[in-house]
Design a protein around this ligand. Structure first.
Ligand SMILES: [Zn+2]
Length: 165
């Protein structure tokens, strides 16, 4: 069950002249729907501000566009209803982040992550370039999940079958 708050839990702050950050304005319990996008554009191709919601469908939303990446994120985007959901309990003042490869099959602008997480992936290229086993520890959008199913049937067949078969 998800918690539906009645007030805004976020603000957008500028972090430096290039980047913004989305900040929690209150404590947020795990599974809370922090934000739900009501107004967005759908584009056929990704850019650095879009979030992929399906094959060949990418949305621009002003909150999602300002969420930074983290390899141990405190939120995920549920692309089925355009909501931002708390992955764990979040403290007031904490920056909200999500793992870009949970929605993006191939990033428009790949980058080298320096999030200092113990399981930092390093080069962030998109789900299609991620090891299957690493992806499976995340809350994945359905189009990325389909990708891993394909991957499991093709590239990772040996892993899928395992020693028990
Ligand atoms: Zn990282």
């Amino acid at each position: 069950m998800r918690i539906q708050p009645r007030k805004s839990l976020i603000k957008i702050e500028s972090r430096d002249w290039l980047t913004n950050a989305v900040i929690a304005t209150d404590t947020i319990k795990a599974r809370t729907v922090i934000y739900q996008s009501q107004e967005f554009l759908i584009l056929p191709k990704p850019n650095y501000q879009t979030v992929q919601i399906a094959d060949n469908a990418h949305i621009i939303d002003h909150v999602f566009a300002n969420l930074n990446h983290h390899c141990s994120p405190n939120t995920f985007i549920d692309v089925s209803d355009f909501s931002l959901v708390a992955e764990r309990d979040i403290e007031q003042g904490e920056e909200l982040t999500f793992a870009y490869f949970t929605t993006e099959v191939k990033l428009d602008r790949p980058f080298y992550c320096q999030c200092n997480s113990s399981n930092c992936i390093g080069n962030i290229l998109g789900a299609s370039q991620m090891p299957f086993k690493s992806l499976m520890s995340y809350s994945l959008s359905h189009h990325v999940l389909n990708l891993t199913k394909f991957a499991s049937s093709e590239r990772y067949q040996a892993y899928e079958l395992g020693p028990q078969h």
